[in-house]
Design a protein around this ligand. Sequence first.
Ligand SMILES: Cc1cc2nc3c(=O)[nH]c(=O)nc-3n(C[C@H](O)[C@H](O)[C@H](O)COP(=O)(O)OP(=O)(O)OC[C@H]3O[C@@H](n4cnc5c(N)ncnc54)[C@H](O)[C@@H]3O)c2cc1C
Length: 491
Amino acid sequence: METINKFSSIQNPNPSFSIPSNPKSLPSHSHFKSLTPLKSLKWKNITFRSRTRNFNSISTNFSLNPIISSSSPYLEYDILIIGAGIIGLTIARQFLMESDLSVAIIDASVPCASGATGAGQGYIWMAGKTPGTDTWELGIRGKKLWEDLAMSIEDQGLNPLHELGWKKTGSLLIGRTSEEISMLKNNVRLYCEAGVNAEFLSREELVLKEPLVDVEEDGGAAFLPDDCQIDAQLAVAFIQKENRGYGSRYVEFFNDPVIDVLRSSGSGEIEGVRMTKNSLYCKKAVVVAAGSWSGSLIQNIVEKFDVVVDVPVKPRKGHLLVIENFSSVMLNHGLMEVGYMDHKVAKPSDSGEVDYAHTMSISMTATLDAVGNLVLGSSRQFSGFDTEVDESIIDQIWKRASDFLPILRQISLEDLSKDRKVRVGLRPYMPDGKPIICPVPGVPKVLLAAGHEGVGLTLAFGTAEMVFDMVFGNPAKINYAPFSFDGRGSK
Ligand SMILES: Cc1cc2nc3c(=O)[nH]c(=O)nc-3n(C[C@H](O)[C@H](O)[C@H](O)COP(=O)(O)OP(=O)(O)OC[C@H]3O[C@@H](n4cnc5c(N)ncnc54)[C@H](O)[C@@H]3O)c2cc1C
């Protein structure tokens, strides 16, 4: 069995960095001295509270000694983006497409190697989201922007299936109990009222649409024919290729974690970031899009401003099982059991506290990817930044899938050992189930876009658009308020 939770083979054809078109001479040493915190800056309008710390050695080891020699070039860009997951890369794309600003994207590793994005199953779904909730509009917008991208690829004479793994399969959200069925029927009504195509399928109708699924007497499904899927790794490669098409306006700094910020000795404003190998200066904005690592990064930034802002994002580990060369299961749609929705937000026990160590859940998800591999998911658990494969979880994913796809009961997972891969990713989890996308209070020029948990692929383009509009002060396309810091608890 091969484990592919590291994708170190992905090459960066834009090696380390290129010098911007008009590099300036080295700054005076005052830039480096300005790292000393300025105590005079205070943010008056936010609640100061104790905070959750997330640490991981690869990205936020602030004891590292950066090697920045006096001969380092002065590298300055309009926008610095920390994190090259799907959120950071789509934000970069937005600035490149919609402005003439220069963009540098920084990653502790390379895209899809750590974090969540490379492990994502690829659902671009409205199924599983609830009309009227804060993330609904962002989901609608995000999905529409993926559809626009798929269409524009087609317009260029390319095939979105090959470029993005794009398939408009429709989604089946499957229920097995009468309680689940009444919830699905209610959701279908809400989807239709919200203008999203949806119908409820009885068990017989479900089997006609997806013959390998069985749910017994009481079962049924919500069917959303316009839901789509992508292959996250293909899509990331495509977006990177597009970004690189902007030439010297776009630069990648990979395998170079951000370890500190640079501040002006005069105004105290953030001037840039310091990484282990380079320092970058920034004219307009620094966007923290570092997924599960964003909490500790933001903490280290705001400390310099004598401000306490809580970003209680936590890594939520997920396993996916990929079976290659597997012709026994042909699926016409993307599948998900309705119970998956129930596990989005970890529930508190009777004491009112969430016992994160004991909230492991497995819900059936199943898709065929762009090349016909069967992709089965998925688990959710809190185990810090650990990304080791847990074989017992893989067994449970297989067992859960066979509850819905009885044909799998005839096949032993052991017999598939040569053709199976496991993907592990860290979803950036927010306790209230929605991302934080907003300027960081009290820290001019710094914005945060993180905490998308299990829907970051779907919400990526909507998030990128929002960040862009915030930086330019454009009218909001959707309501920003639910994604700001205000009133977000630290649990
Ligand atoms: C098993 C699984 C299935 C999923 N399925 C779906 C799905 O079907 N549909 C969907 O919409 N979403 C899905 N998701 C969720 C989605 O993958 C995430 O929400 C999304 O990828 C988050 O993207 P991100 O860019 O915020 O974070 P990440 O992808 O985690 O990227 C963060 C990046 O920041 C970098 N970084 C960290 N610290 C530093 C530092 N100090 N300096 C520089 N860089 C740093 C990391 O190296 C990393 O590359 C799934 C997730 C998992 C795990």
